[in-house]
Every structure is written in C-alpha cells, then in structure tokens.
Design a protein around this ligand. Structure first.
Ligand SMILES: [Zn+2]
Length: 375
C-alpha cells in the first residue's frame, strides 16, 4: 500500500550519482503492455541520453535494471491480467543503489518511463491527493480490528481485545458487569477512531461486525465520525484480511457511485442555470482551467482525447499550433485529458472520475464546476 511515508522515502533514494528507472505501465486485458513496456524503457533511455541527464558510464549501470523490469513484467503479466484488479503497475529500480519497488494500482494514470538520478514520483503524489483513504473497523463485543484501505489495497493496523471472559451468556448476576465492560470497549474503539480521524489518517470510515455489535457500537461514534461513515457490513470479526478488503471495496464502490451521481446532478443543474457556474465539454473545461477557475472536474473514467501542450508555459489546448499565451510552438500530446487532470490537481481542484460513463455522455464526457462567473 502506498503511503506518504513511502513517498518521502522514495524522495530520498537518489544520491545524485546513480540512475534510477521509473516506470508507469497501464495493464490492458489483451496484454499489449508487455511490448509497450520495452518501447517505453527504450525511449526513456534515449531521452535521458539526448538531454544529457546521465552519462555513458551511468547508462551502462542501468542496463541490468531494464532487463530486470522487463523480465518482471513478462512473468507477472498473466497474473495481473487474470486478477483484473490491477489497472497500472508502477516500478522503481536501481541496481547500483540496490533499490527495487513495485506498486500495483487499481487506477491508471498516464504511461511513462523515466531514467534519471531521482525517482519520478509526481504521478504517485497526484494519486495520493486525488483518492480518499478509508479506515475499516471490524468490531464485536470483545474485539476490534482496524484496517487502512487505500487505492485498492488494505493493511491491518491494530487489533485489540478489551473484554475478557465469556460474553455470550453471562449469568444474571454478572450481566450488568459484562454490559458495562462492553460499553467501555465500544467507547474506547470510538475514541481511538476519533483520534486517528483528527490526525488526518483517513477521510472515510467503514464499520463491519455481527449485526448486534453494529447496533451496539454505532451509537458510540461521535457526530464527526457519523458524518464520514461510508457504510457498514455484517461479518464475523475474525474474517481474513482478504475478505475484509472484499467487503470494504464493495462499500467503497457504492459510496463512490452515490457521490458520483450527486456531483453529476450538481453539475447538470449548474449548466441548466446558464449563469456560467459550470462548463461542459473538453474545450470549455480546458479554457476554464487555463483561466484558473476550475474547482471540480467531472470526467468519464477512460475518456481520452488528443490535444496540444505548450512546452514553455504549460498551456493546454485542442489544436493551437502556437501558444496563445506565450507564442511558443506547441507540441501534440496523445491524451490532453491526462494533462488536464494533472494541471487541475496542481491547481487544487477536486477530480471526480465517473465510473458510469453514460452519466456524462450527453455533456461531452467532461465538465467542470467553476470558481466565479465569467464576465
Ligand atoms: Zn506557452
């Protein structure tokens, strides 16, 4: 699982002398990525040589990395295709630095390979900014297990047992004592969650457990946590991590679909008002973005379109041959939507990927909510 800590570690990997290969590869069901991988790596090497970022000597030192990455991709291709959960694989490799890191991701950003003296991590930071992190808690009268879920993977954080003894059928004289112990346990779990939330460890919460535990525990959640409760599921507290992930991802998906429909509705309402609080279509969104007015981009997952980019000032457009902003010649980009998303994240805008593309087909697959009306 990717965390900010890992990114910080990645940041410190380069020593200014040894080259590192970074690869972002989209996984397609047909398996064409194996071939593309070879081309991407080859092109990255050529670019590094052309731009004099690394010397001939350094170049030789990473030939082993290129082979290693390629072999790894070839060997794992059937697994990634079969699992169908992996949309992109990110690999960092530097044999001179004895460094090797692989991240399979459920969402894809642009494909690219970079050979440089530091790892190329910007697309990863963008993913971290764009996606919500979830906390999953499994609770019953005796135990609680906490998980962190992010970008399709899950990690068990902590486990604690609060109530000892047999809880199921206490004799009448002990019932009050046992009830009291259970209340304390629920209270403590809620407090731990609240602390983590205040520290910014998660955006949304998912709670699982046996039905009577859910009914008992949920009232202990403080208001701010109820507000970020994405959903609940019933399951025994001791299910496997894999099962927990499966349940939690179902809820994540439902939550995101709900959120998606709401944001599309808001966008369409704004468009219907015709008072320039929103734009539809790629051209309109690009224009608004260049004017720094976008607060939220709503885009159909998988929507791609060619366009142009100004290498000097970063201007993005559909077909201008010279940059209207600085006059430099533009370069063609295969998918300007990808550039648009990166730019929007950097401007601090929210990105909503619509997983049901039909919801936004009628507005040109993309739209945006704007900061202030056009003059
Ligand atoms: Zn320009």
């Amino acid at each position: 699982m990717i965390t900010y800590d890992m990114l910080r570690t990645l940041h410190t990997i380069g020593d200014g002398r040894n080259p590192i290969v970074s690869l972002y590869l989209k996984i397609d069901p047909a398996g064409d990525f194996v071939k593309r991988c070879r081309n991407l790596l080859y092109d990255a090497l050529k670019a590094a040589r052309r731009e004099n970022r690394i010397s001939e000597f350094q170049m030789q030192r990473i030939e082993g990395d290129l082979r290693k990455i390629q072999n790894f991709v070839e060997q794992n291709a059937p697994i990634w295709i079969k699992e169908a959960q992996v949309a992109q694989v990110v690999i960092f490799s530097s044999q001179p630095l004895r460094f090797w890191q692989v991240y399979p991701l459920p969402r894809a950003a642009r494909e690219r390979a970079v050979v440089d003296l530091s790892p190329y991590i910007r697309p990863l930071t963008l993913l971290l900014d764009e996606y919500k992190r979830y906390y999953v808690v499994l609770v019953d009268p005796k135990k609680a297990r906490l998980f962190e879920m992010f970008l399709g993977s899950i990690q068990e954080e902590e486990k604690f047992v609060d109530v000892v003894g047999r809880v199921k059928t206490p004799p009448p004289r002990l019932r009050r004592k046992v009830d009291y112990a259970i209340y304390n346990h629920y209270q403590r779990v809620a407090e731990v969650l609240y602390d983590r939330y205040r520290l910014g460890r998660f955006d949304l919460l998912i709670v699982g457990g046996p039905p009577e535990a859910l009914a008992g525990f949920l009232p202990f959640l403080p208001y701010s946590l109820r507000h970020v409760l994405a959903g609940t599921f019933t399951a025994p507290v001791n299910i496997s991590v894999r099962e927990a992930l499966k349940e939690a991802r179902k809820i994540e998906r439902e939550y995101e679909m709900r959120e998606e429909r709401e944001i599309v509705e808001t966008l369409k309402n704004e468009l219907a008002k015709k008072d320039h609080g929103a734009v539809a279509g790629l051209e309109g969104v690009l224009r608004a973005l260049m004017e720094n007015r976008v607060t939220t981009v709503v885009v159909a997952e998988g929507f791609e379109h060619p366009g142009v980019r100004c290498p000097k000032c970063g201007y993005l457009g559909l077909e201008e041959e010279t940059c209207p902003s600085c006059g430099a010649p533009t370069v063609k980009v295969p998918d300007v939507v990808d550039d648009l998303i990166e730019e929007a994240v950097e401007q601090g805008a929210r990105i909503e990927h619509v997983l049901e593309p039909s919801l936004v087909a009628d507005i040109g697959h993309i739209g945006a909510l704007l900061r202030y009306p056009e003059e």
